[in-house]
Design a protein around this ligand. Sequence first.
Ligand code: PLP
Length: 376
Amino acid sequence: MQRIAEEIEKLRLNNQLRIIPNIEAKLDGKIIVDGCEFVNFASNDYLGISTKSDLREEFLSKFNDRLFSSASARLLTGSSDDYSNLEKTVADLFNKDAALIFNTGYQANLGVITSLIDRNDVIFSDKLNHASIIDGIQLAKGDFFRYKHLDYDNLEKLLATKREQYGRALIVSESIFSMDGDLADINKLIELKNKYNCLLMIDEAHAFCASKYGLAGYTYKKDVDIVTATFGKAVGSFGAFCVSNKDIISYLVNKARSFIFSTSIPPINVAWSNWLLNDKKDYLLSQNLKLQNLISSVHRILKERNIVTPSVSHIIPVILGDNNRTIKISEKLKSLGYYIPAIRPPTVPEGTSRLRISLTADCSISDFENVLNNLN
Ligand code: PLP
């Protein structure tokens, strides 16, 4: 116990102690924390769906027979037509043959990577991939190499020297990166995966329904073998999925332990995702258009002000480096009515603490400019 207390104290002294915030309510781009209302620049609900009360009421009036628990894993009794309809919906959105729902994006990445990679296999992973990909790699039995972020020359060098020594090889990358908002070169990754006979897996968690391609993502109609994404961000729901060919999906049903040994997501959630993606498709697309217009305006403003950013998307990092400074500016913005928590290691590499501004369809340009004016 002594060591645990010491570790906590060390985190506190380094300004790295994480505390769950006291969030009281969320509504249309606003968040109430500790009794105070803020503009929410920290949400992954990029289309502003999850807090829309009229949507929720309409849904509940039509689907009040859906259960709040599946009470079982999918392979036993935790399934229904809603699950397979949702799988068909996402497979169609990505122009793929088949899909499998996972409970979370974390479990999807864990399940896919550990199933596909065995002892004699190898993984090539972008250095800034999300923790769920890293944990999947750690849990998988094969070897792995991490290439420098978005550095495809570095990836090719690794492929050229290492790939031949292994059986199956998997290249894995996010499309839009969660903490930098930059974008992988999907075409280059496809070229390399073909040249070196690898499988290519792309995590579209932050792009699904939030990209300029509407409800799919950057891998739409591309030769990517496996795509994972979550319903917990732009769709404003919960759960996740993997789309691929029929064989890989069937393999995952039989091998992915995070799918097989876990109670499936509640039927009410599956119905909500299904309803949004099918019956409310036009509304989602109109929110997506609002978001794309906002992204264009924000990047134009950043350019006009000569602010250099890796971002090309709705995720705008303001990299401040030092934990203390990042927390101070986050607190200052809070006093002005803006909620943008400090993101610190280990979520981001040491020395790159940042404010991660995330734009949603409910954000306004004037609020964004006000934040920019107060970053010191
Ligand atoms: N992949 C990426 C890139 C993410 O950013 C996240 C969540 O933040 C996940 C996967 C995990 O998704 P979920 O929240 O559904 O577990």
